[in-house]
Design a protein around this ligand. Structure first.
Ligand code: HEC
Length: 221
């Protein structure tokens, strides 16, 4: 009886109950969260079996594309997080692993799927398909209710890409001085090799980003 009386004393004292609840939640939370900052499976580019993944920081073109993805709110309808369930892996490919996102700040996992998950969309369609689809989704998917993004067909702004790379370096993305210094040259090379010398549009940058998604861990089952 003495035991239950003690518990009753806690439950009857709101202040005491709040303090002890917070204490229990904090300890439980710390035990779950703190190890994630130190486990190789969450802090390094490895898959669920510990194999090394070829994850690289976004090159300048993809980085600008990523920012267009965020600006246009694509994440409001698209997740980038395949859960480890049969229904998901059958449809989208290998489930997402933490190591794929180590250079994503902020990550684009999302929580709303009005459209399909995009975690492994890289390489699934041609860049031409994406171009048509983004300008008017109905041209390739008749029943689509995705909005059209025709205004993306304008020159992309790369003027602050070096600042973006420096900012990401502050949060741990390992861009080298050399990579930051030569960002303009990297964009020029992309322009010459992929676009026949024409300056990249926002569509080009966004598509470059999409085509890279999920490719470090190919559709292994
Ligand atoms: C209002 C919700 C909505 C928004 C916002 C949206 N989408 Fe979609 N998206 C959809 C729907 C629904 C589909 C499925 C029909 C289709 O393929 O068009 C889709 C399909 C796609 C697909 C094809 C995926 C696949 O596996 O077939 C891609 C790629 C895509 N969207 C990219 C984007 C990008 C990039 C943006 C931001 C510029 C964006 N979406 C914004 C709803 C949306």
């Amino acid at each position: 009886m003495a035991q239950s009386n003690k518990h009753e004393a806690i439950e009857r004292n709101v202040f005491f109950l709040i303090v002890l609840t917070l204490l229990a939640v904090s300890v439980g939370g710390l035990v779950e969260i703190v190890p994630l900052f130190f486990q190789t499976s969450t802090t390094t580019a490895v898959d669920d079996k510990g194999n090394k993944l070829d994850v690289k920081p976004y090159d300048p073109v993809r980085l600008v594309g990523r920012d267009i993805y965020i600006r246009e709110g694509c994440y409001n309808c698209h997740s980038q997080m395949i859960r480890p369930f049969r229904a998901e892996t059958e449809r989208y490919g290998h489930f997402s692993v933490a190591g794929e996102f180590i250079y994503d700040h902020p990550f684009q996992w999302g929580s709303k799927r009005t459209g399909p998950d995009l975690a492994r969309v890289g390489g699934r369609y041609t860049s031409e398909w994406h171009r048509t689809h983004l300008i008017n989704p109905r041209d390739v998917v008749e029943e689509s209710n995705m909005p059209a993004f025709p205004w993306l067909n304008r020159p992309a702004d790369f003027s602050d890409v070096q600042d973006k790379m420096r900012a990401l370096r502050q949060v741990g993305v390992p861009y080298s001085d050399e990579e930051i210094r030569t960002a303009d040259a990297t964009i020029k090379a992309y322009q010459n090799e992929e676009l026949g010398g024409i300056a990249p549009t926002e569509l080009d940058a966004l598509i470059a980003y999409l085509q890279g998604l999920g490719t470090a861990l190919r559709n292994v089952r």
